[in-house]
Design a protein around this ligand. Structure first.
Ligand SMILES: [Zn+2]
Length: 401
């Protein structure tokens, strides 16, 4: 067995308690380092990598206590990776990785690469020496934790004038996932991306109902995915958000307890009005067990054709790659006569697949969408004329259904 696979990971949530770290633009460092660390812990658990957190609450850890705490779980050997999570300040933009003097840059380099793949620019990965003793590390979390493989990840600048503020606030899980992936690859542990955003850390004031609604699922689905017996939640608890179920590819949805038009519409990338129109609903009330149509075809307009002067059934059929018979059948035509201005329904031919317009959500990747919609990354790229694999939040994509 690869020796690396036996390595353990200590995740250090930087700052905490009376030491908030940096604070700008609504980002308080100690809060985000904890969120990032808890997300990483959950993901390392998923991947079967042993890990521990230096703090799980808003706890103050002074510079003496923190390295001791970090080494209290798995000791001071080189079989322990210590990742100290931080948010930067000083007006730059991008991530930085700082690795200890006793280590090579191998892991830092991987982390930098994965952060870049995740859409964050990396300023540098480097070592920093103590001015009074250049043989030692500048940062105590690196200096006082030999022989661990210790490093600091600065995910971005809270006071950035670039895109860091939004990346930290909206995409911290994506950035944390990049580090998880780098570590898994470094350790030679099989990495599966079950999708960043699949876990949600319970915040103060959250309710099951609110969280279920946020993710367009039912309270029951959320409870069963997490084996919850009652409705109580604790702050900091990590909840698995179940994938939109397979019925996402079907035409029909059966209303469950706790469903709302809003939640169902969101799940199927419809607006509430579209959902109501599809089902001829005149009110917003739903009943459990009610069946709703949830499938919308792209460009309804392209499925009809207005007859122009000189058109023949044969010509129109040819144009839309259907047969004259199909065209007649779709329009209940008993003869071949057309009148100018007549609106014809153009039946879908088999090559002309149904599609929906999907709005890119946080955590989506081409890969995860391909999986959900049972298609391929290449097919999505072809349908959307994409030249790269990058997606942006709220980007509209055509997806086959
Ligand atoms: Zn910090």
């Amino acid at each position: 067995m690869d020796e690396r696979a036996n390595k353990k990971v200590v995740i250090d949530a930087g700052h905490g308690g009376s030491d908030p770290g940096t604070s700008s633009n609504g980002i308080r460092e100690k809060d985000y380092t904890l969120k990032i660390s808890q997300y990483m812990k959950k993901r390392f658990d998923d991947l079967g990598i042993d890990s521990a957190l230096t703090r799980t609450t808003d706890e103050t850890l002074d510079p003496n206590t923190r390295p001791k705490r970090a080494q209290s779980f798995y000791g001071n050997g080189n079989d322990v990776i210590l990742i100290s999570n931080h948010i930067n300040a000083g007006g730059g933009d991008g991530a930085e990785v700082i690795y200890s003097l006793r280590n090579s840059d191998a892991l830092s380099k991987k982390i930098a690469t994965e952060l870049e793949k995740a859409g964050q620019n990396v300023r540098k990965y480097y070592q920093r020496r103590l001015p009074s003793n250049p043989a030692k590390d500048y940062y105590y979390i690196l200096r006082d934790t030999p022989n661990n493989e210790s490093l600091i990840v600065e995910y971005g600048f809270a006071d950035s004038t670039g895109d860091d503020v939004s990346q930290i606030k909206n995409d911290y899980e994506t950035l944390a996932e990049a580090v998880v992936k780098a570590v898994a690859e470094y350790l030679g542990v099989p990495y599966t991306n079950i999708g960043s955003g699949d876990y949600y850390i319970v915040q103060k004031g959250d309710t099951l109902w609110g969280i279920a609604r946020k993710f367009g699922i039912s309270v029951d689905e959320l409870k069963s995915a997490n084996n919850l017996k009652d409705n109580s939640l604790s702050v900091g608890e990590s909840l698995k958000i179940p994938k939109e179920n397979e019925s996402v590819n079907e035409d029909e949805y059966i209303v469950k307890s706790g469903d709302t038009l809003y939640g169902i519409a969101k799940k199927y990338n419809l607006t509430v009005n579209e959902l109501k129109e599809l089902n001829n609903l005149t009110s917003d009330s739903l009943s459990i067990g009610q069946k709703l149509k949830v499938k919308k075809t792209l460009n309804n307009n392209s499925n009809t054709y207005v007859v122009e002067k000189g058109d023949t059934l044969y010509g129109i059929a040819n144009k839309f790659n259907v047969t004259v018979d199909e065209l007649k059948k779709a329009n209940n035509l008993s003869n071949n006569t057309l009148s100018i201005g007549e609106v014809l329904t153009i039946p879908n031919d088999n090559n002309n697949q149904n599609t929906i317009i999907y709005t890119v959500q946080k955590g989506d990747t081409l890969y995860s969408l391909a999986r959900t919609y049972k298609t391929t990354v290449d097919e999505i790229k072809r349908l959307n004329n994409l030249t790269s694999n990058n997606l942006s939040l709220n980007q509209k994509l055509i997806l086959p259904i």
